[in-house]
Design a protein. Structure first.
Length: 172
């Protein structure tokens, strides 16, 4: 199963960090691709720098129109929204389906049409919070935490320890 994240409504000035964090969370938590409905090469450049240093990979794509992208997606279309069915009530069905997943996250008010285009409208907590947090929780639940054990094979790696910070740079 491949996971693609679709970021709707990126606003240059306001959402630069949030949209970059969407890509970083998607990469770290198991998605293969992030699609944006607005062209902003700084997101691709920032994400590329992280991949170069820390390993792993995430494909970044920019599209002109989200509507046909959602309609044409072959797999489960999952819209993360605080108004959706609680994640606890639908994650079992999503995990059982081996279809590819399109995970839709909004940056501004999501057009109401998205709710009808989605196969699942999923609420991660049914309270206002960040789309980055919703994406992280959703992906972690979808992959049952196994994505956290992945070796990214980067130039840098963190050595987990109870106290302090230990980063090792691998010689190449």
């Amino acid at each position: 199963m491949n996971v693609t994240v679709l970021r709707l409504g990126h606003r240059y000035a306001r959402d630069k960090r949030m949209s970059t964090h969407i890509a970083l969370v998607a990469r770290a938590f198991g998605a293969q691709k992030v699609v944006y409905d607005t062209l902003d090469m700084e997101i691709a450049e920032s994400t590329g720098k992280i991949c170069k240093e820390w390993g792993g990979d995430i494909e970044i794509e920019f599209i002109d129109s989200w509507r046909p992208y959602i309609q044409d997606f072959d797999g489960d279309r999952v819209h993360l929204t605080m108004y959706g069915i609680n994640i606890n009530d639908c994650i079992g069905d999503l995990k059982a389906s081996k279809k590819d997943k399109l995970v839709i996250v909004g940056g501004q008010k999501v057009p109401s049409e998205v709710y009808s285009l989605a196969d699942y409208n999923v609420g991660v907590g049914n309270q206002p919070h960040s789309e980055v947090a919703a994406l992280a929780v959703f992906l972690d639940r979808l992959f049952s935490g196994k994505e956290l054990e992945r070796d990214f094979l980067g130039k840098k790696t963190i050595i987990p320890q109870a106290c302090g910070k230990k980063v090792v740079e691998k010689r190449r």
